[in-house]
Design a protein around this ligand. Structure first.
Ligand code: UDP
Ligand code: MG
Length: 341
């Protein structure tokens, strides 16, 4: 396959057996312990592995750690973004860069126990295309986040057109088939959990306990979570749009009943003027409803706009351990052979 663009990672020729893809945003303090723990493990799992870090525009020494690790072990490589694009996009870049027949995605903060990869590989060798870690409990999340997550997943289950398996996240193994399917999905608003479910394939979940974050704190603020939740719902459901058809029909029906009642009572009792309060309440109520429905339509239009711009998914600042695409190499200044200098 040719390069998608100068900004995407080059397509890789020599496949390997296992790729471990790790998105990292300001995880400098975690990378040392992570690499120390993961490299010996990978050695026992496969003769032919690689470790692909995606540095998601970190402002700390994440990139330096990746470069140093590559110096020591050429199987460790990195893609570094020009700025922070978010975890979902970092995963997409990791899948673009990975050469493995099996690709495992894992967080950099050691919340995902690397030892699980062994079970992932076993099941993959038994013929599963997707093996995902299933969080059994969420004690490592704050109470507020748990509440938010639970509301979101209920909403997604009600509105979403793709059912999500319980507790499934990004910690998973994907067979090459699934990786290629995911790479073919060019959408910009990426809700990976939904995409994994959407592509299907023979899947199995393994329960695991999420460990505490090794160093630092979660990169997901309330604003990010909210945005992520909206991306999730809007990418996988048009129910919020369709809902307004039903609400509109219901309100019109009620309005018709009210009209009949007003006409009849005017005919029977004659006309009088009270009703100021009813009028005011219904005007403000319906103004609110209309704003809300416009807002929801706006959410979709905004996302359509983002899609039609067809910007690249991410911009690469640096590649570590990858052959750069020739288009990115500085132009040679040598005069052409035989030409006049
Ligand atoms: N991450 C990323 N880009 C971001 C935010 C997070 O690549 O903009 C990475 C982060 O470095 C970590 C993983 O995504 O490896 C999970 O992030 P975090 O631990 O903050 O999320 P949580 O565990 O709270 O869901
Ligand atoms: Mg984490």
């Amino acid at each position: 396959m040719p390069f998608l663009s100068q900004t995407s990672v080059p397509d890789i020729e020599n496949p390997c057996e296992l790729s471990l893809v790790i998105p990292a945003f300001n995880e400098g303090r975690n990378l040392g312990p992570l690499i120390d723990r993961v490299v010996p493990l990978l050695d026992t799992l496969s003769k032919d592995w690689e470790l692909v870090f995606v540095d998601d525009g970190s402002s700390d020494d994440t990139l330096a750690w990746i470069a140093a690790a590559h110096q020591k072990d050429a199987r460790i490589r990195g893609v570094s973004f020009s700025r922070n694009f978010g975890k979902e996009i970092a995963i997409a870049a990791g899948l673009d860069a990975a050469r493995g027949d099996a690709v495992v995605i894992m967080d950099a903060d050691l919340q995902h126990p690397p030892e699980m990869i062994e079970k992932f590989m076993e099941l993959w060798r038994e013929g599963y295309d997707v093996v995902y870690g299933q969080r059994v409990d969420r004690h490592t999340d704050s109470l507020f986040r748990r509440l938010f997550t639970s509301i979101f997943y209920h909403a997604f289950a009600t509105f979403g057109e793709t059912p999500l398996p319980d507790g499934a996240g990004d910690f998973r193994l994907l067979d090459r088939k699934a990786v290629n399917a995911l790479r073919s999905m060019g959408e910009r608003a990426r809700f990976s959990k939904g995409l994994y479910a959407w592509v299907g394939f023979k899947s199995i979940g393994i329960p695991f306990d999420v460990a505490d974050r090794a160093e630092g704190s979660s990169k997901f603020s309330l604003r990010r979570l909210l945005h992520f939740a909206l991306d999730g719902i809007t990418s996988f459901s048009t129910v919020p749009l369709r809902l307004w058809t039903y609400i509109g029909a219901l309100i019109s029906g009620l309005a018709l009943l009210m009209a009949i009642q007003v006409v009849v009572s005017t005919l029977v009792y004659g006309s009088d003027v009270p009703g100021y309060a009813t009028l005011l309440v219904s005007i403000t109520f319906f103004a609110g409803i209309q704003m809300l429905s416009l807002g929801i339509i706006g959410e979709y239009i905004g996302r359509i706009f983002a899609e039609v711009k067809r910007r690249p998914l991410y911009i690469i600042g640096d590649l570590i351990g990858f052959e750069r695409p020739t288009a990115l190499k500085p132009k040679s200044r040598k005069p052409k052979a035989g030409g006049k200098a």
